[in-house]
Write a protein that binds this ligand. Structure first.
Ligand code: 5GP
Ligand code: ZN
Length: 138
């Protein structure tokens, strides 16, 4: 398996090898939004994913796409398998189409961990578009 093949010797195996983490984590903001307990401006709803507008938009379109089940970050979601990461990115593209930014392009961002300034520990991809982006990111 790829994950164990690249794991340095002596390191513990990643926690998720199949299935998912706790489905619904108490006090998790995005679990609350996905469950409809915390208000948000919903853009798209799927069976396993949901998209809503970022409360502090950084571009004309700034939508967050999250899984309904709780995973801490993109790497954990990828390790869990089951095609959900693909679905998350597919939903992000659907958002881009619905927002009319797919033809001109858009940026997908997975902030992961402290240095990337991930502030919500529930996997989410930012869909940013509607203006030319700059590079490098800050
Ligand atoms: P991160 O920094 O973890 O990559 O992204 C978290 C995002 O969640 C930020 O862009 C932030 O503006 C957004 N956010 C934080 N609190 C809320 C909220 O209560 N509702 C919504 N819709 N977005 C939020
Ligand atoms: Zn959560």
């Amino acid at each position: 398996m790829l994950v164990s093949a690249v794991r340095p010797l002596g390191r513990p195996a990643p926690r998720a090898t199949c299935g998912h983490y706790d489905r619904d984590v108490p006090d998790c903001l995005f679990c609350g939004i996905a469950a409809g307990q915390i208000p948000a401006t919903i853009v798209l709803e799927g069976k396993r994913t949901i998209a809503f507008r970022d409360i502090n938009p950084q571009a004309p379109t700034h939508v967050l796409v999250v899984t309904r089940d709780h995973y801490p970050d993109a790497a954990a979601l990828a390790a869990a398998g089951g095609g959900l990461l693909d679905e998350l990115v597919g939903t992000a593209r659907e958002v881009a189409v619905a927002e009319g930014i797919e033809p001109t392009g858009y940026r997908l961002v997975f902030n992961t961990g402290r240095d990337a300034q991930q502030t919500v520990g529930h996997v989410h991809v930012h869909v940013l578009g509607g203006r030319p982006m700059t590079w490098p990111p800050g």
